[in-house]
Write a protein that binds this ligand. Structure first.
Ligand code: XUL
Length: 515
């Protein structure tokens, strides 16, 4: 028996991935989509539609039903859950679930559906998720009470951010003080799922706990000043933080009896989707970084020291394999690349050809500010699109945006103090060889495309295998998340100085637009 289960509770779906470490095969890969499979919750995109565009709430009972439906479906296909040796999981980060004092009574009856039995335990009917941005005022209040945004950032790894759990908790306390008073436990999405599986109180892991604006990165404990700045008596309502390798418990009697798990199956604490993805992509050791090129682009990388971004754009979370990781989000990712493609009537092939064959590194001094929508990194509230240097055309504009985006990533990840030698790239645009080559030259690192789908679920399964079965990380990466070396882009050392100069020019051009 060498089966390990990773569960991924994401915004729109719940996925189960079982890896078989003896054969190197994926034994189960199944998903429940909240919109399509649980239409009775009226949440086609995973959250309940709200008149206020800043508010994004989800029903925790939908996640409970999804868990049961997923386990049933896989059983119905003939899979025996009794084969699973260890379990861990992943959750969309920052979202929070509020339980009353009844949360300790977990003698749930297998004959009844679980959501019915969890419903009376909720002290807040709906859970705010990471897409909620209604808490700007609470963030300002927390910063003021704690001694400033920089103080919160230095302690917790991020300045107060709307979607982070601390500001969300404060908003609940302010808008529904009675509901807050009745709350005895606040869980993240990740720890709530682990609580259900174990049928007992479970910790919050360092990886996801760092996304709350409440944890002291240096000590791995809740920080008294931040707790006090957030809401009264908060310490007693939070489970303790714990390293990501901690065993939360064993599978609870409800799931053992109903789905056939062995009662002694260990459950390792769940973590956030970004920390799990770092593991699933095999990027846990310093010297690696991951760039995900999607609608937005993200840069995440392990860090040996708990440094924080002096500008307050990036975040620091726990690396589930030990130490820390950064997460830096760039909103103008594919969105901006597509604007250039559209403006010059290019296909993606023609876009790549322009970069690789019709222009050269440095682009004759052409670059651009490409902020079609307000940007997170760097913070730019007023969109600005501006070509810099000699005029750009269909031959040079693709390189202008790709180089500018790469240089911005390098510039805004410098604070982490690690130089990646190997960058794993994923997401739609990572298929584009021109983008891979520019990244290789700008970062002077090897760029390796990864074909892993659902890296968060896979990472959770890896964490279960590593913690329960002592399977070495390298063995897991080798078997399940090997990058495609035949598609690697290698850096050309001759471009180093060209891009160092471009980075300086780009930083200068940004200055008047920063908020
Ligand atoms: C990270 C963030 C998202 C969520 C959902 O800070 O808000 O990546 O974790 O995926």
């Amino acid at each position: 028996m060498s089966h390990y289960l990773g569960l991924d509770a994401s915004t729109q779906s719940l996925t189960a991935i079982v890896i078989n470490t003896a054969t190197g095969e994926i034994a189960v890969n199944a998903t429940v989509n909240f919109g399509a499979d649980l239409p009775r919750y009226g949440a086609p995109n995973g959250f309940v539609p709200n008149d206020d565009p800043l508010v994004r709430l989800s029903d925790p009972l939908m996640w409970v039903d999804a868990l049961e439906l997923l386990l049933q479906r896989v059983s119905a296909r003939g899979y025996d859950w009794g084969q699973v040796r260890g379990i861990s999981g992943s959750g969309q980060q920052h979202g929070s679930v509020y339980l009353n004092a009844g949360y300790r009574q977990t003698d749930w009856e297998p004959a009844r559906c679980l959501s019915e039995q969890v419903r009376p335990l909720l002290s807040r009917r709906l859970a705010p998720i990471w897409m909620d941005s209604s808490t700007s005022e609470e963030g300002r209040e927390i910063a003021a009470a704690a001694g400033g945004e920089e103080v919160v950032s230095r302690i917790s790894g991020s300045r107060p951010i709307e979607r982070f759990t601390g500001p969300q908790i404060r908003r609940f306390y302010r808008t529904d003080p009675e509901g807050y008073a009745k709350t005895a436990r606040i869980h993240l999405v990740s720890s709530f799922m682990a609580y259900l599986l174990c049928g007992r109180d479970v910790p919050i892991d360092y990886g996801d706990g760092a996304g709350m604006n409440l944890m002291d990165l240096a000590t791995g404990t809740w920080h008294e000043k931040l707790l006090a700045a957030t809401a009264p008596e908060l310490a007693g309502k939070l489970p303790p933080p714990a390293p990501s390798t901690t065993q939360a418990g064993t599978i609870g009697p409800y799931f053992a009896a109903k789905y056939g798990f062995r009662p002694e199956t260990p459950v390792i604490v769940f973590s956030g989707d970004n920390p799990n993805s770092l593991v699933g992509m095999g990027g846990i050791e310093p010297g690696n970084a991951v760039i995900s090129l999607g609608t937005s682009d993200t840069y995440f990388a392990p860090m040996s020291q708990p440094r924080t971004d002096p500008n307050g754009y990036g975040h620091v979370f726990g690396n589930p394999a030990g130490g820390f990781m950064c997460l830096i989000a760039f909103k103008n990712g594919s969105l901006a690349r597509e604007e250039i493609k559209r403006r010059y009537h290019l296909t993606w092939d023609a876009f790549a050809e322009a970069v690789l064959e019709r222009s050269a590194p440095g682009n004759g001094g052409r670059s651009m500010l490409y902020y079609y929508v307000p940007e997170i990194t760097p913070r730019i509230l007023k969109p600005v699109v501006q070509f810099l240097g000699p005029e750009s055309d269909a031959a040079t504009a693709p390189r202008a945006i790709v180089e500018s985006q790469a240089v911005s990533m390098k510039l805004h990840s410098a604070w982490i103090g690690e130089t990646p030698e190997r960058i794993l790239v994923t997401g739609g645009a990572s298929q584009n060889p021109a983008i891979r080559q520019v990244l290789a030259d700008v970062f002077q690192a090897d760029i390796l495309p990864l074909a892993v789908s659902n890296s968060a679920g896979l990472g959770a399964a890896f964490r279960a295998a590593n913690a329960v079965g002592n399977v070495p990380w390298e063995e897991l990466f080798e078997a399940f998340s090997q990058p495609d070396s035949s598609q690697a882009a290698r850096p050309d050392p001759a471009t180093r100085d060209i891009y160092a100069a471009l980075q300086d020019r780009f930083a200068e051009a940004l200055k008047p637009h920063l908020d």
